[in-house]
Design a protein around this ligand. Structure first.
Ligand code: ADP
Ligand code: MG
Length: 355
């Protein structure tokens, strides 16, 4: 057994009738990792999680945890806990009662139980609410109870399915940081399912981006953002501009716009059709013409406080580019619809995608 692998998923597949939910998926997760499964609705995230937990049986392939084959092992016999999308707390029990229930069922009683419940309450910062009933808690507090209930049994692996989905934005952002702290403090390996790319980027050490039951890209948040492997990955994570073109001897020819450079041009053979992908925050806008900058007209702006989004329609081709200017940029004060601007971008910030 490899000490650097806690969870080993080898070629698992799962179909429901004609639908292939998980398709020959292989993945290794290290102990202590905060791992995110990211992807659009219906791509197989929940099915994968349920197979890891043992609530669903793979049609093919194998799951190993800490070296042991999990095939045929019942969910409650796996050192794994799954926190469900709906928290399902017992309404007639207090917060402390809900949190301690699982341990009590295992025969833990008295001071031992009290201490473990106290520690779990502390971990999720609910000490003051130990005696409350669930109906007197906010959504965020209920979420913490569910988390404490999952953590108290000290699983090797905690699976969380869209854990923050029911919370409003502000609370969600707060809980993202909190979840990360709790994961670090406990050292428990977390696998979090989310369809929210920002959430995955914020929390995870590594992300698997899923599409149609397969891993499209696996890597650290920065790798997924900076070096998406294809158009799906580039589009799903963050905002992106796409300009179609062709690789030539001296750059990338974008029809009607000219020849440009890109960070990974040397990886691709001449003549191949590509799209050039440029993040909105990498575009530079100027109020006056300058060499090699492309002229366009402002079609609209969106003021986000911190940032200004500018939609620029290029004169030469009619293509629309989205630029994101951060407060402090010369132009953020006085861009108006219809205004003429010029744009360019550093070649090193453009990336070519072949599919
Ligand atoms: N029990 C089931 N019966 C039939 N189809 C299912 C079942 N569970 C999931 N599916 C289908 O499998 C695909 C993947 O679903 P799911 O794993 O829930 O995706 P996600 O969690 O990424 O939204 C979807 O097309 C879904 O409709
Ligand atoms: Mg799901």
């Amino acid at each position: 057994m490899d000490a650097n692998v806690l969870l080993e998923i080898n070629g698992i597949s799962k179909s429901f009738g004609a639908i292939t939910a998980v398709d020959d998926l292989t993945l290794r997760i290290a102990p202590g990792e905060f791992f995110a499964l990211l992807g659009p609705s219906g791509c197989g995230k929940t099915t994968l999680l349920r197979m890891i937990a043992g609530f669903e049986t793979p049609d093919r392939g194998q799951i190993r945890l800490a070296g042991s084959d999990m095939t045929g092992i019942k969910p409650n016999r796996r050192p794994i806990n799954l926190m469900f999308q709906s928290y399902a707390l017992f309404p007639h029990m207090t917060v402390a009662g809900n949190i301690g229930y699982g341990l009590e069922m295992e025969g833990v009683r008295g001071p031992g139980l009290k201490r473990r419940v106290g520690e779990a309450l502390e971990l999720v910062q609910l000490g003051a609410l130990a005696d409350r009933k669930p109906h007197r808690l906010s959504g965020g507090q209920r979420q913490r109870v569910a988390l404490a209930r999952a953590l108290i049994k000290r699983p090797k692996l905690l699976l969380l399915d869209e854990p923050l989905g029911a919370l409003d934005r502000k609370l969600r952002e707060q809980m993202q940081i909190e979840l990360k702290r709790i994961q670090r403090d406990t050292g428990i390996t977390f696998i979090v399912v989310t369809h929210d790319q920002e959430e995955a980027l914020t929390m995870a050490d590594r992300i698997a981006l899923l599409g149609q039951g397969r891993i499209v890209q696996l890597g650290r948040p920065r790798e997924l953002y900076e070096a998406p492997v294809n158009r799906f990955a580039a589009d799903f994570i963050g905002m992106m501009n796409f300009l179609p073109g062709k690789v030539t001897a001296d750059g990338v020819a974008l029809p009607g716009l000219g020849v440009f450079q890109a960070s990974n041009r040397s990886d691709l053979p001449q003549g191949v059709e590509v799209v050039m992908a440029i993040r909105p925050e990498r575009l530079r806008l100027y109020a006056e013409a300058r060499a090699a900058a492309l002229p366009g007209a402002v079609e609209g702006t969106a003021y986000l406080g911190q940032d200004l989004i500018v939609h620029l329609r290029l004169d030469a081709t009619g293509q629309m580019l989205i630029a994101r200017l951060t407060a402090g940029h010369d132009l953020t004060r006085d861009i108006t619809t219809g205004q003429r601007l010029w744009c360019d971008w550093p070649g090193a910030q453009a990336r070519l995608l072949a599919d």
